[in-house]
Design a protein. Structure first.
Length: 524
């Protein structure tokens, strides 16, 4: 007896899920097409389309697919959760929060869904909710290290480092060789012995993938530094950087072309003829390079009773892209730059404020601490003429080395090769010189080393430059209870210190390729 249509649909869906599990996205996609051709209302088929789109980073397709599932089956909690995740990644927090609310209202005892709800909550800036959901998943399945890892990440953001370490130890009890857990554990506390380093050495020698090698090498580098074993630290960092660089796609020529387009497009003539912007004084943009003290400066500002910490918002770059609607694999390509110059500043300012509304809090001012917003400063200044702009600068060698020794998620692909890093830093400094000449005192420049050396006076200067009355709480930034979702989440719980000043000197010989590029550019 031949299979029924329903049985054939289920067979194609089953085959599609199996192909997805093997990473055969083309085969999975073909199976979806066959299933949906037979039954366009197949919920599992649409859900599978969404999962394939998620894996291949086709986020708009994923939104459409998961949206179809929720229309066909309104109580599909996993589809609502996935839809919320996609909308958050696309910079649509209002829609993401609405989808998340539908998912949480339905509730679920499925740990996969609970873990996903934690991820979405984290993306939307609610780290308490993230810890709640990740905690439920972790308690339900202590034998699955991924759940423990996500819980630890949320707890670190909340400053609960001891609880985070317990979750990481639970992950390593389940899987002693879990590379990311070792890396997070190394970064959660200073090493006081070589016990963990001995474990890392064995794991590094047995690592079979660049990803594992990168996590384990960066973990070892951090602990060698803690123990002031400088040569071993650099060797570990260099090995981790090489492993990471081998698997990322960084187009330096495209990077340089983008900087050239910015310089050529946003001229003084453009700025003086751009038109009126949005007259809202609430935003404060903190920009610069990563690992240069931007989080420290943000914490000082948001210790003020009138200022909310909105985190590292993607809303300004996404608002630009949404308005220009230019097809480009890069968020800011020459074509996007040229189109952005034609945006009416008032439209852009209103679009940004609308997109940021769910995350800006209820206080009069809020900080948007996305470091790479430095690329957009002429647009920021035109679109939001009363917004604060704070540029954090650090000594170039320390700045470059601080990024070189940091394993990032998907950002800063230039940071894993010394010369690429240094050339990018030169482009950044040249661009900021242009923006400073263009915008003048609209930009408040803060030098990290000066803040460390003369903390109170520099903090007072910063708060005054933003038009805020002084509050002594700004000197106690490290006591803030709010979440910190950057690589500095552990460090900013401490008072200001000088341990990282001139750290590059420990590695002067090894950093010669980086230093030579900076010296040739006249930056050192």
């Amino acid at each position: 007896m031949p299979p029924t249509q329903a049985e054939r649909v289920q067979r194609w869906v089953h085959d599609g899920f199996e192909a997805l599990a093997r990473g055969r996205f083309d085969v999975a996609g073909a199976a979806c097409q066959r299933a949906l051709a037979l039954d366009s209302r197949c919920v599992q088929g649409h859900f599978l389309v969404g999962l394939i789109a998620l894996e291949t980073r086709q986020y708009q397709t994923a939104v459409s697919a998961f949206g179809s599932v929720t229309r066909l089956q309104s109580d599909h909690v996993a589809a609502w959760a996935q839809l919320a995740r996609m909308l958050a990644l696309l910079g649509q927090p209002s829609r993401a929060e609405a989808a998340l609310a539908r998912a949480t209202a339905l509730s679920s005892d499925d740990a996969i869904v609970q873990d996903l709800l934690g991820t979405v909550s984290s993306l939307l800036g609610d780290q308490l909710a993230a810890a709640h959901w990740h905690g439920r998943a972790a308690r339900a399945h202590p034998e699955l290290p991924g759940y423990q890892l996500n819980l630890a990440n949320s707890l670190i953001f909340l400053g609960r480092t001891e609880a985070a370490q317990q979750a990481l130890m639970q992950a390593l009890a389940a899987d002693p060789g879990y590379p990311q857990a070792h890396w997070m554990l190394a970064n959660s506390r200073p090493a006081t012995s070589q016990v963990h380093l001995e474990q890392l050495a064995a794991l590094r020698s047995a690592a079979t993938t660049p990803r594992a090698s990168a996590f384990l090498s960066y973990a070892a580098g951090k602990e060698y530094e803690d123990l002031q074993l400088w040569p071993q630290a650099f060797d570990a960092y260099a090995a981790g950087a090489a492993a990471r660089r081998a698997v990322i796609d960084y187009d330096e020529a495209a990077d340089a072309a983008m900087f050239d387009a910015l310089t050529a497009t946003f001229t003084r003539n453009w700025f003086t003829t751009a038109g009126a912007g949005c007259d809202d004084p609430a935003p404060i943009f903190v920009v610069g390079q990563p690992r240069t003290g931007t989080t420290l400066i943000e914490r000082i500002i948001t210790s003020h009773s009138a200022v909310h910490s909105a985190g590292e918002l993607q809303q300004f770059p996404l608002s630009v892209r949404r308005i220009v609607d230019v097809a480009s694999v890069h968020r800011l390509s020459p074509a996007v730059v040229e189109a952005a110059a034609r945006i009416a500043p008032l439209e852009l300012g209103q679009a940004y404020l609308h997109a940021a509304a769910p995350l800006r809090g209820v206080l009069p001012r809020f900080v948007d601490k996305l470091p790479i917003n430095y690329l957009y400063l002429p647009l920021v200044a035109a679109a939001l003429p009363r917004a604060g702009i704070v540029h954090v600068v650090r000594e170039p060698r320390d700045s470059c080395f601080a990024s070189f020794k940091q394993l990032f998620a998907d950002a800063y692909p230039h940071s894993y090769d010394q010369r690429e890093m240094a050339r990018h830093h030169v482009r950044y400094r040249r661009l900021m010189e242009r923006w400073q000449a263009l915008l003048g005192d609209r930009i408040t420049t803060v030098v990290y080393e000066e803040v460390v050396a003369d903390f109170e006076n520099q903090a007072r200067r910063l708060i005054g430059a933003l038009g805020l009355p002084w509050e002594d709480a700004c000197l106690q930034f490290h006591t803030q209870a709010g979440a910190v979702t950057t690589a500095s989440a552990v460090q900013v719980r401490e008072p200001v210190h000088a341990r990282s000043i001139a750290r590059w000197r420990r590695y002067k010989a090894q950093l010669a390729p980086m230093i030579d590029v900076l010296a040739d550019a006249g930056l050192v």
